[in-house]
Ligand binder design. Sequence first.
Ligand code: 2NL
Length: 348
Amino acid sequence: MDLKEKLLELQEKGLKQIRESEDLKQINDIRVNLLGKKGPITEVLRGMKDLSAEERPKIGSFSNAIKNELAEAIRLKNEELEIKKTAKKLEKEKIDVTLPGAQIQLGQPHVIAQVIEELEDLFLGMGYQVVSGPEIEEDHYNFEMLNLPADHPARDMQDTFYITKELLMRTQTSPVQARTMETHDFSKGPLKMVSPGKVYRRDTDDATHSHQFHQFEGLVIDKHVTMADLKGTIELIAKTVFGEEQEIRLRPSYFPFTEPSVEVDVTCFKCHGKGCSICKYTGWLEVLGAGMVHPNVLRMAGVDPEVYGGFAFGLGPDRFAMLKYSIDDIRNFYLNDNRFLSQFTKRG
Ligand code: 2NL
């Protein structure tokens, strides 16, 4: 076979290979094999030294033409495969922008946090400050400062988690108020505060008792504060949480830190006073305790009871939430079962 025939065969075989190649790696291998330094065309060119001076340029230009033809065929095939590859990638990455977006699972504040936040908003709007304090508290602030000396029988009213003789888990948020009263500068104006937070009692958990729950207390100290101020404030709480049409009534009661003390009922929001199973057929629900701050409490905080006086109240956000949403077991609040918690979706 002479060189020309060899070249024609190489051309035919090469073009066939190029035509049939299916991916970029394959076409690159073909390029290296056919046109490379160790390839068959170079081999042919090497054999040219045996040709006559007349034949050499003919075969030379013929082999160059074939080499160029193959190179061009490879370039075109390469281009074609590149386009195919890109098209395939685009197809794979295609996004249908008309599809509806995936629903994001939104959480919501805990139902008790919602009750607390609603009350905070009410009191912030009336110029009160929201104050928090330590949950591990000194006996002094939790009891002494609130007119509950060590031998006071009222201390039996609450079973307490003691950490040491002096340190305990606070049983109410009043120590926050005692601390604030102690440092408040009354020459700059009245003290108006609320203190929401966690409190602890040595109780066995059941449907209506939890060893950890919440309290929301309020305190106003100024000159000329009256029981009418307390009543108006409590009325606002009842209407805000339970509805505009609610009425309240005060019954005499006893707390060591207030004198006089009252217990506050709100008209049953279920039966509107007619009597039902929620209000045990009385038409009223007991919702909070309050009173005028005891002179001893003022005196212990360094406030002159001859000049200043005030009111205080305490309510349980747990009980509020239970009444508002007819929840019959307090333990629901603390089980972190999302099927329960997700029912109380805050709106607005
Ligand atoms: C209740 C009753 C109450 C207070 C808390 C208070 C705080 C200071 C001074 C005087 Cl610093 N009183 N707090 C007063 C009356 C009642 O809570 O039944 N809470 C759930």
